[in-house]
Design a protein. Sequence first.
Length: 350
Amino acid sequence: MRMHLYRWFALLVMAVGMPSIALSESLNCQAVTAETCDIAGKLGRGINLGNMLDPPREGDWGYWLLPEYLDKVAPLFQTVRIPVRWSNHAAATEDATLDERFAGRVDKVIDSYLAKGMYVILDLHHYNQLFGDALMPNEYPVAPEVLETRLVNMWQQLAERYKDRSDKLIFELLNEPHGKLNGEPWNALLARLIKTVRSSNPTRTILLGPTEWNAAKDLEKLRLPEDRYLLIAIHNYEPFNFTHQGIKYLPKPFPTGTTCCNKQQQLMITDALDLAQAWSKKHGYPLHVGEFGAYKAADMDSRASYIRFIRDEMEQRGMGWTYWDFASSFGIYDPKARVWIEPLRRALLD
Ligand code: BGC
């Protein structure tokens, strides 16, 4: 009997200590294959390698994706999301021929994380002109009539390029569609993109999210083509005036000094997760929270409380996640001192 109990205890410890946070049975997967469902459950805990390959040019924002990060990140996370501004590393013409030198650089990054056994989300990030947003310094404009076809052609090349990589490589079609893509334009474009990817990658997991910057409230507007290898991403930066306080590049910056998280703030976070969860249940697609995080201007205790709270809430709902981000101004790692910001790392992982 004692032996029996011990075995159960050991099994329990194994289950609790398992890196994958969600058992597939707790996910909503009626619309996808068993393999896709399995991947959704195994994405677990992840981190965005943000502000490195997604500025207009690598290094423009003061962060570089260094090889030494691999051994920091790989033991702690199951997944990395790699935002890449392909639009600024491709011909300005309709064909959007990829800059081979830059693509070769991205190949190495992807392969190094795959070699560690991690899931890698390749995220096409910041195609600003497509949304009608202003261009950033060092970003080149393209003719409006080639904007969408360029995106299709970028994916045609990326899909061909990575078609033989392991199924742990996931394609994320477009970060945070918004502005001009809100509503039907995104539905029409995502169908074109999926069709393009499928000609060379019939079963690869594709991640995509709703409009209005991947807001849960826009999930109901998504119209998805018949495809059983899709995962759906939402982003959650609620309460926005807390997570984005003190950021100067916002059109109307929020004052600093907002703490987190009282009951009302907690509800803002969980309402969005519940809305997404209800959609997932109704439509049968599993969810991934691709971005959440708090900017460095908030006080450290509040950032840690926020991170722990939202992490627990996502995990209770069986949602895998990737924190925004590793080492930038939202980060949990200090790239200058080359150490984790311990209170944040603990809140996220312990
Ligand atoms: C953007 C970052 C931004 C973050 C939080 C990301 O999608 O690429 O530039 O800091 O969201 O707003």
